[in-house]
Design a protein around this ligand. Structure first.
Ligand SMILES: NCc1[nH]cc(CCC(=O)O)c1CC(=O)O
Length: 331
């Protein structure tokens, strides 16, 4: 008998749901038994805003447990991973990505366009704050945090104090709460965070059998999209601490030139944005290419954004300040 594989997970409803879904898919594909091991992270214990803590706090306890061999693998929300590679660890699979768009949950079924001037909208992510301001709708944006249920209660609960909140659609999908969404936001207005909606299945690089086993969960188009978005983020982090958004789609395109009839070629479309926290400076660009070049496309698009002045888009709230380490997205 083979021992069950130990899957380390945070205890939040979202983390438990996504770990449970990955465990079920892996058992279905391989027949291996999986045991969920709860790991408490500093991010779960603190109530400080996420952009002050750094999202790395959600990740490091899981990575420590991997290094200490108390767990065999972990499932992360990919957008919470710092862009720097983790020595000794390997992302063995990027499963099929959920819809990466952001969602509006508003009182009385309101859509974004129906929110009145001065409406109070809650969100913790600088990227969302910046894009809400950039709409020019005179929305009041207030930082919120806490788990998904806590955020929803600010609009839907008996003590609701906000007109709306903006959340990742994928998070609501994973906990079975798509019913509360009043509008899924158009990425042209609210560009998602790099890697939003994707999961990263991580194990130790030296665990060759597990690297191979977990690869059954990998979905190449999702991995290519995330690779392009994160390459853009990593390149911009070097020169810019403003909110960054990115969204890539891999789709079947028309074969170029003399492609034989019935030929299918994959194409990647990447859109990226850098927005000042007050929404007054807003750079958005896109680029297409082949999925095999995903990382190069991300770097090239970031370089174009930097040329247009992305590095000068620094707001007081958004600027991490001297000595603050870049930890990946500010989600
Ligand atoms: N900000 C934290 C966070 N990290 C991952 C998700 C869920 C969506 C995903 O997996 O990308 C969320 C919630 C949210 O942004 O609303």
């Amino acid at each position: 008998m083979t021992a069950p594989l130990r899957l380390g997970t945070r205890g939040s409803a979202l983390a438990m749901a996504q770990s449970g879904q990955v465990a079920a898919a892996l058992t279905a594909a391989t027949g291996r038994e999986i045991e969920l091991v709860e790991v408490v992270t500093a991010g779960d214990r603190s109530t400080a805003p996420v952009h002050r803590l750094g999202v790395g706090v959600f990740v490091s306890a899981l990575r420590d447990a991997l290094a200490a061999r108390t767990i065999d693998f972990a499932v992360h929300s990919y957008k919470d991973l710092p862009t720097a590679a983790a020595p000794g660890l390997h992302i063995a699979a990027v499963p099929t990505r959920q819809d990466p768009r952001d969602a509006l949950v508003a009182r009385d079924g309101l859509t974004l366009a129906e929110l009145p001037s001065g409406a109070l909208v809650g969100t913790g992510a600088l990227r969302r704050i910046a894009q809400l301001h950039a709409l020019g709708m005179r929305l009041e944006v207030t930082p919120i945090r806490g788990n998904v249920d806590t955020r929803l209660a600010r609009v839907l609960g008996p003590d609701a104090d906000l007109d709306a909140v903006v959340l990742a659609r994928a998070g609501l999908a994973r906990i079975g709460r798509l019913d509360v969404i009043t509008e899924t936001l158009d990425p042209m207005l609210m560009l998602p965070a790099p890697a939003q909606g994707a999961l990263a299945v991580e194990c130790r690089s030296d665990d060759a059998d597990l690297v191979e086993l977990l690869a059954v969960l990998d979905h190449a188009p999702s991995r290519a999209a995330v690779t392009a978005e994160r390459a853009l983020l990593a390149t911009l982090e070097a020169g810019c601490s403003a909110p960054v958004a990115a969204y890539a789609i891999v789709a079947e395109g028309e074969p170029a030139g003399s492609g034989a009839e019935g030929d299918v070629v994959q194409e990647i479309y990447l859109r990226g944005a850098v927005i000042s926290p007050d929404g007054t400076r807003d750079l958005r660009l896109s680029r297409t290419g082949t999925p095999a070049d995903a990382a190069e496309i991300g770097k090239a698009l970031a370089a174009e954004l930097l040329e247009l002045g992305a590095d000068s888009i620094l707001g007081q709230e958004g600027h991490a300040g001297p000595g603050t380490q870049h930890i990946g997205s500010t989600e």
